[in-house]
Design a binder for this molecule. Structure first.
Ligand code: SF4
Ligand code: SF4
Length: 346
């Protein structure tokens, strides 16, 4: 049960709570429906182009077709590629009838694998985890040019699906990054989003440990915190954020958060009706540990599969209770000290 003045739980008017007058615009957000993401990365590119975010390397990481790995100071959108040996819902993958044989020519295999091995940043062979500190590559099994099952001797095609998901800052109702920032560089906008002002950030990094999702990051060089602004400048001009504008499948949907929540509920109902029982909403619930996200998702598997925490909690949730108890302890020490002083004088 959420108490009055608690720093978590449902909050109807996020911008009003931050001090904006009642005429402020509605809370805006993202609903990312990962079930229709095709992994084109137009969102990543549009974000970089509009916001002037520098590139962060163009090497494949050896983790499917992911070349950014995670959100960071230079990746405000990150499209995850997750490969799984199963079909999506009752989908017919068409693999049963697919021809059996090598999936690529030898010449392609040698040129791509050779390029990966020579990559200065990462990679050793196809289908291996990134190499760091000279460690041996760890085989992941995918992607590779051989058929699924070849290495095990099964020699048959199996069910297979890609989960693709464009991750981003969640613009939390209770934002740990904002709560712990000592300089006021992070602030709540009139749209209910969370924005960092680089010219005020002193690079202390408190926000990095304050974010329960591991989103915000300090940029190499100047050390200042960086993350998605939900294109605050575009919102001012009545434009939708660059990633949502560029997304060709409407996987990224932008709009008033209340409307997005209703739309997401309907989409979930549709998918369940189609037999995609594993579909679920993530970050939509205002009763969760961050009071619900301004950017929430429809996922097709457990959040952990996508690298998302299953039960995020704003780290400042218990700050009020903590200070109350600290004050009580200090009071008790004071009373004990005075009592002992008075007792000693008798
Ligand atoms: S706490 Fe993390 S996810 Fe939430 S608004 Fe801040 S950076 Fe974004
Ligand atoms: S979210 Fe949209 S733009 Fe981004 S990779 Fe998926 S389909 Fe492409």
């Amino acid at each position: 049960m959420t108490e009055r003045n608690s720093v978590y739980g449902p909050l109807d008017d996020v911008a009003g709570d931050a001090g904006y007058d009642p005429e402020h615009p509605p809370r805006m957000g993202f609903f990312t429906d990962t079930s229709v993401c095709i992994g084109c990365k137009a969102c990543e590119v549009a974000c970089k182009q509009w916001n002037g975010v520098p590139d962060d390397g163009f090497d494949l990481l050896g983790m499917s077709f992911d070349n950014t790995g995670s959100l960071g100071a230079d990746s405000w959108r990150h499209v995850a590629f997750i490969e799984q040996p199963r079909r999506s819902g009752c989908q017919d993958t068409g693999l049963d009838a697919a021809p059996v044989g090598a999936t690529a020519t030898g010449i392609m295999q040698s040129s791509v694998a050779g390029g990966l091995a020579a990559s200065p940043e990462l990679g050793g062979e196809l289908g291996t985890r990134p190499r760091r500190d000279g460690a041996e590559p760890e085989p992941l099994g995918m992607p590779a040019f051989s058929r699924p099952g070849d290495a095990t001797g099964a020699e048959v095609r199996t069910d297979f699906r890609w989960l693709m998901s464009s991750d981003v800052c969640k613009h939390c109702t209770y934002a740990g990054c904002l709560d712990v920032c000592p300089t006021g560089a992070l602030f709540r906008t009139e749209f209910g989003t969370v924005v960092v002002q680089q010219d005020i950030c002193n690079g202390c990094g408190y926000c990095v440990s304050g974010c329960p999702y591991g989103v915000i990051d300090r940029r190499e060089g100047d050390g200042r915190a960086q993350k998605c602004t939900l294109c605050y400048d575009r919102l001012h001009d009545g434009l939708e954020p660059a990633c949502a504008k560029a997304c060709p499948t409407d996987s990224i949907q932008f709009g008033p958060l209340d409307e997005l929540r209703e739309r997401a509920d309907r989409r979930l109902e549709t998918l369940h009706g189609l037999g995609v029982d594993e579909a679920r909403l993530y970050g939509r619930d205002p009763d969760d540990g961050v009071g619900g996200d301004g950017a929430f998702f429809l996922l097709l598997d457990e959040p952990e599969v996508y690298g998302l925490p299953p039960d995020p909690v704003v780290p400042t949730r218990d700050a009020g209770a903590m200070w109350t108890r600290a004050a009580m302890a200090a009071g008790a020490f004071l009373v004990a000290g005075v009592a002992s002083f008075l007792g000693g004088r008798r």
